[in-house]
Ligand binder design. Structure first.
Ligand SMILES: Cc1cc2nc3c(=O)[nH]c(=O)nc-3n(C[C@H](O)[C@H](O)[C@H](O)COP(=O)(O)O)c2cc1C
Length: 308
């Protein structure tokens, strides 16, 4: 029974009922097994493994990670084993974990997104899909889906029609008006939006006069992006009715609570996993402690509490 001493941490993401709002972010938690020795995987609200594509991808040339002040710059380039290997080699382990499994996926074309959503629809043990729409559309000359409202709408609607699974659309912050893109995703049939993905960024080595990353540009994540990500979550929360999953530089429970007060129903831990594999569990404990100290019996009551 829930009470002020034992608050109810559960929250709904559309049809997915999470036991707590703490989810581990795609690309920062491998395929779960890498973290098995460090953290009680069953305790997490949900796990989102590395993003998958139809075919295996090698990713970008090294170096692919560079540490910056307050963050990391990565250009992994969506390296992944592809659908078949994921299903055969990675999913059996993930399926045994007693929490929700949300599959992050992407394609180079709308057709590839649809094909993957369809295939994943038939796979048992998956609670939902997270469509990473930050990818360049190869057919349309590399324009990212996420930066074009019409392409976003068409893509989300098409993916929505291809699967019965709950659909989370993951938004890129590299756009002028993220709230409008969230609204468009809602209109296209998304059950929730998650934000933010990494910020496009650059680091230069002044000795070699070359970029620090093999791919020249990378994506910035970690504490450096937190205030911008938080602003974006707040803006999106004023525009959509569907649940928001907030992320960007969450290192501690206090950061997570800020995102929830700004309007997020759940949060994702990304870069923090790379520094402290137990970050997710510590954030769960920290949220619980905050609720107890403030005599709040349900986590849900914190959502959108921010009153400017
Ligand atoms: C090394 C690395 C790999 C990532 N790979 C993916 C990915 O495959 N798919 C995706 O949607 N996001 C990916 N992300 C983005 C994270 O899921 C998250 O959106 C971002 O890092 C912001 O959160 P954070 O500041 O807590 O890390 C990756 C991030 C990092 C640092």
């Amino acid at each position: 029974m829930n009470s002020f001493r034992n608050p109810d941490l559960s929250v709904n993401l559309g049809k997915i009922k999470l036991k707590n709002p703490v989810v581990v972010a795609s690309g920062t938690f491998g395929f779960g097994e890498e973290y098995e020795d460090f953290i009680e995987l069953d305790c997490l609200g949900a796990i989102i493994p590395k993003g998958i594509s139809l075919k295996p991808m090698m990713g970008n040339p090294p170096p692919r990670i560079f540490e910056t002040e307050g963050g990391i710059l990565n250009s992994i380039g969506l390296q992944n084993p592809g659908f078949h290997e994921f299903i055969n080699l990675k999913l059996p382990f993930l399926r045994r974990i007693k929490t929700h499994l949300i599959i992050n996926f992407f394609g180079n074309t709308q057709k590839e997104y649809i094909e993957l959503a369809r295939r994943l629809d038939d796979v048992p043990g998956i609670s939902g899909l997270e469509a990473n729409i930050s990818c360049p559309n190869v057919k349309r000359g590399g324009i990212a889906f996420c930066s074009d409202p019409r392409m976003t709408y068409r893509l989300v609607r098409a993916v929505r029609k291809s699967t019965q699974l709950p659909l989370v659309v993951k938004l890129s912050p590299n756009v002028t008006d993220i709230a409008s893109l969230a609204k468009i995703s809602e209109e296209g049939g998304a059950d929730a939006v998650s934000l933010v993905n990494t910020f496009k960024a650059l680091a230069i080595n002044i000795r070699s006069r070359k970029p620090e990353l093999g791919n020249i540009l990378g994506g910035l994540s970690g504490p450096a992006i937190k205030p911008i990500a938080l602003r974006m979550v707040w803006e999106v929360s004023q525009k959509v009715k569907i649940p928001i999953v907030g992320m960007g530089g969450i290192m501690r429970a206090e950061d997570a609570i800020e995102f929830v007060m700004a309007g997020a129903s759940a949060i994702q831990i990304g870069t923090a996993n790379l520094i402290n594999p137990r970050a997710g569990i510590e954030v769960i404990h920290g949220i619980k402690k905050y609720l107890i100290e403030n005599k709040i019996n349900r986590f849900r009551k914190l959502i959108g509490l921010f009153r400017p």
